[in-house]
Design a protein around this ligand. Structure first.
Ligand code: HEC
Ligand code: HEC
Length: 295
């Protein structure tokens, strides 16, 4: 192959030719040389300063002594120290004192939210507003003792759980256990609906009869005025909050088949501090909810 020069640019050609187009044998541009030199210098510097090459039992450590593992260990240690301080305070402060400390509450809200989503939201909903059979935890209406200590205890032992101290409650199955006649059940449902001031056409005769059935069969648990009993986890029937629904058919199912809500015990699954954080988180949400309601 003989040397050939391109008549237009004066460059030699490489001798390759495609469809009559010839490739010029031009120099590599300076920019590329500069780039190659800079990257090589950088690589050499990096190899000398930072950990780079594996050796048989160790590796070249680099002059700067940088170590990812050490950095992580330091970060973990710092986090644990901060965390330990926080847990210590949560453990020893009263609920009121914690609630009044906005810095602490900020940390509590963040951790509480994660704990709640991970452990509680499947039943109580991500927003803690509950669903049928699972009570809202932020409406200020509670089946059991709704004080911070009471809630903490509920979470510790559960409700109708396998914990030895479990809270226990049960709505009896008046229909399927043949404790009441159908007609009496119908009238007591009418009475219960009258208590809750449901906007519906009620039969006054059935309401009056239902009141007697209620006094004889239900008042022992639900109370004379049907306001419930937080010591036994018995719900208030004279309000507009329903656990299982306030439609006639829902109340019918409740009274006919009975109900037994189950909440697992968390004593072995969450630390006392985590349970306290959850209670504080829920109380915070409850306050927000009530404040929104007042607006
Ligand atoms: C498997 C479902 C389930 C899970 C998970 C669950 N709960 Fe419950 N929880 C219930 C049920 C059901 C009740 C109501 C029981 C009843 O009918 O008496 C309840 C009741 C409660 C109560 C009492 C409410 C009241 O009105 O007195 C609190 C407080 C509570 N749960 C907090 C929590 C917290 C905090 C978590 C997460 C650590 C949690 N629950 C996880 C099912 C669950
Ligand atoms: C042994 C005590 C006991 C007796 C007696 C009893 N209840 Fe209940 N009742 C409960 C408990 C406890 C619950 C809550 C069940 C749960 O949380 O799973 C309940 C729940 C209910 C509910 C559901 C409330 C809601 O928010 O969805 C209705 C309605 C109700 N009872 C009506 C009655 C009527 C009517 C009678 C009489 C015929 C009666 N109860 C007798 C203990 C009782």
């Amino acid at each position: 192959m003989k040397d050939e020069r391109d008549p237009h640019t004066g460059h030699k050609t490489t001798g390759h030719e495609w469809n009559g187009i010839k490739e010029l044998n031009t120099r590599i541009p300076y920019a590329v040389w500069i780039f190659i030199v800079i990257t090589h210098v950088f690589a050499l510097g990096y190899w000398v300063l930072m950990p780079a090459f594996p050796l048989v039992t160790t590796y070249t450590k680099g002059l700067l002594g940088y170590d990812d593992k050490k950095q992580v260990a330091v970060a973990l240690q710092q986090d644990a120290e901060r965390h330990a301080g926080l847990l210590e305070e949560i453990n020893s402060y009263s609920y009121d004192r914690l609630a009044a400390d906005s810095d602490l509450m900020h940390a509590v809200q963040k951790r509480g939210k994660v704990l709640f989503i991970d452990n509680c939201s499947a039943c109580h909903g991500r927003d803690a507003r509950g669903q049928s059979g699972f009570p809202s935890l932020i409406d200020g209406d509670s089946l059991w003792d709704g004080t911070p200590q009471g809630m903490w205890e509920t979470v510790r032992v559960g409700i109708n759980s396998d914990h030895p101290d479990s809270r226990k409650s049960q709505m009896l199955a008046f229909g399927s256990d043949e404790m009441l006649q159908s007609v009496d059940i119908d009238s007591v449902i009418e009475y219960v609906r009258s208590l809750a001031k449901i906007d519906a056409q009620l039969n006054p005769k059935a309401v009056a009869k239902g009141q007697k059935v209620f006094a004889a069969n239900c008042a022992a648990c639900h109370g004379e005025t049907a306001k419930g009993d937080p010591k036994q986890g018995v719900p208030n029937l004279a309000d507009s909050v329903w656990l299982y629904g306030g439609e006639a058919k829902d109340i019918y199912t409740t009274v006919w088949h009975g109900r037994i809500g189950r909440m697992p015990a968390w004593e072995d699954r969450l630390t006392p501090e985590q349970r306290k954080i959850l209670v504080l988180y829920l109380l915070g949400k409850q306050q927000e909810e009530l404040a929104n309601g007042k607006k």
